[in-house]
Design a protein around this ligand. Structure first.
Ligand code: SAH
Ligand code: SF4
Ligand code: F3S
Length: 475
């Protein structure tokens, strides 16, 4: 079961030993920091903000934690397993800390926010704790911690968007980048800890988003992903023009920066994605035809207990609308198996809606009760773990079939692909994605393409995860 879990839960356990070097690393006496990120893209994006704040305060990055004066873990609380992974990692740091005088260890992100000062008591080696809205205070927290006091800032904010901080792009391919457009979440999905760890929803000023996208384009980036827990509720009033900027408007403005800049976004809540967004997507070729639309469950009673505020019929109609307005649009989902009181028939409804929507890909999890959430307060976590895991296996098996079928349907098609870099296995092959977010690997064939170029590729074969193709000259 362990291997299966690892595979399924890679979403929250993907870890990044940060492998970027800054120029300042050459300054011999500057203090060094090391940061490792867990969880969702928002956390990875936040680590780039943290890096920027630390670099402005004289720190330089290192990729080896043994060399660091400051070791930071940007953590995730979404499932219990995600937190266990962090605790294990902290215990690994202990040896190094014991042998290196003056090394500070800090916990950032959602677990910091959830556990607050308790983290300092539970994990004796932690010196500082900073929640997602407290990163500007890191220099101060570090000074406090250096003077021997344990320091904590977990204040959540109603305004903080870090709009004026230029993220340091880490570990990237120089082609694709994330832009955080909002923070927090006002939804109260009963299973979810995010509203507690990230606070109230707030949108970042649209001109700072546009500036960042333009700068990325000028630096050679060719794809940006607009990030938020619920991007469709982006809402900002331009104070100069007194103009309302909805997500559809923002999307259009980013799309207009340059036709060579691809735009993606994540995540859409099915209840909030609007027809205007779909229409803007259909109008601009450079807005990728891919929507991540978490369904969570296919059963109305469970959806209601989850407080998702839509029914299966409503969700299916939304998927129909997407397929009507955007033919060939890729759709993926998040799915939870074994939520409180879920019966076998209700689980079948989830399999059924997956078949209906024919997801190209899904992130699939079994339910993990999170302290403090509505579900933890109101419902019993009563589906036995072995049942949860069996249901999850059924969901994963079905998704594997759907993904394979979806990929097989692409054989013979020609796609425009943005080259992201060498394929993992072979430096004689490129790896890129099509608009639908599918990974395509193809031989370089002595062509003089480079990463960041668009190229037409014909799909010749596939696995469930990857399309395999060949450069098509005649398109
Ligand atoms: N804001 C995004 C997703 C946030 S978390 C959205 O609303 O879609 C990513 C996914 O983790 C969720 O979509 C859900 O499928 C899963 N998840 C969240 N809480 C969970 C829990 N307590 N147990 C299992 N999976 C959970
Ligand atoms: Fe969590 Fe729901 Fe908000 Fe997503 S929309 S972050 S699942 S509360
Ligand atoms: Fe995890 Fe926090 Fe993201 S709980 S999924 S890192 S918002």
């Amino acid at each position: 079961m362990e291997a299966l879990d690892m595979d399924i839960q890679k979403h929250d356990e993907k870890r990044q030993g940060e492998a970027w070097q800054s120029n300042t690393e050459k300054i011999q006496h500057s203090k060094k920091f090391y940061i490792e990120s867990y969880g969702c893209q928002m956390n990875f994006s936040d680590s780039e903000i943290v890096a920027s704040i630390l670099q402005s305060n004289g720190y330089s990055a290192t990729t080896q934690y043994e060399m660091a004066d400051l070791v930071l873990l940007n953590t995730c609380s979404i499932r219990d397993k995600a937190e266990q992974t962090i605790r294990k990692r902290l215990s690994e740091f202990k040896k190094v800390k014991d042998s290196k005088k003056g090394m500070l260890i800090g916990v950032l992100g959602c677990m910091a926010e959830r556990l607050k000062a308790k983290l300092l008591e539970e994990e004796q080696l932690v010196d500082l704790v900073a929640g997602p809205d407290a990163y500007r205070s890191l220099p101060l927290l570090i000074t406090e911690a250096n003077s021997g006091s344990k320091s904590v800032n977990v204040l959540l904010s109603r305004e903080e968007t870090y709009a004026d901080i230029s993220p340091v792009r880490m570990n990237g391919n120089g082609v694709t980048a994330f832009i955080s457009i909002m923070r927090g979440c006002n939804n109260m999905c009963s299973f979810c800890v995010v509203p507690f760890t990230r606070g109230r929803e707030r949108s970042r000023a649209h001109h700072s988003i546009l500036n960042e996208a333009q700068q990325l384009f000028d630096q050679g980036f060719r794809e940006v992903t607009l990030l938020g827990q619920n991007v469709d509720s982006y809402y900002y009033i331009d104070p100069e023009k007194n103009e309302e900027i909805t997500f559809a408007k923002l999307l259009e403005q980013v799309a207009k920066i340059n036709p060579l800049l691809r735009i993606r976004f994540s995540t859409s809540h099915p209840k909030d994605i609007t027809k205007e967004v779909l229409l803007v997507m259909s109008k601009y070729k450079n807005i990728c035809k891919y929507i991540h639309l978490p369904v969570q469950s296919g059963n109305n009673r469970i959806l209601q207990l989850m407080n998702r505020t839509y029914t299966r019929e409503w969700y299916k109609a939304k998927v129909d609308e997407i397929k009507r307005i955007l033919p060939g649009c890729g759709i993926s989902a998040d799915i939870i198996a074994g939520f409180c009181s879920e019966t076998e028939e209700e689980h079948q409804d989830t399999l059924d809606i997956m078949e209906y929507c024919k997801y190209d890909m899904s992130y699939m999890f079994f339910y993990s009760e999170r302290p403090g959430t509505l579900a933890a307060k109101r419902y019993r976590d009563d589906v036995p773990e072995v049942v949860k895991k069996r249901r999850l296996t059924e969901i994963v098996d079905l998704q594997n079939q759907l993904s394979l079928q979806s990929n097989r349907d692409d054989i013979g098609k020609i796609f425009e692909v943005l080259i992201e870099g060498n394929s993992k296995k072979n430096d004689q092959e490129w790896m890129g994605r099509n608009s639908q977010n599918k990974v395509i690997v193809f031989p370089k064939e002595h062509s003089d393409f480079q990463k960041g170029d668009y190229v037409y590729v014909k799909v010749l074969s596939c696995t469930k995860a990857t399309l395999l193709g060949k450069i098509e000259n005649n398109s």
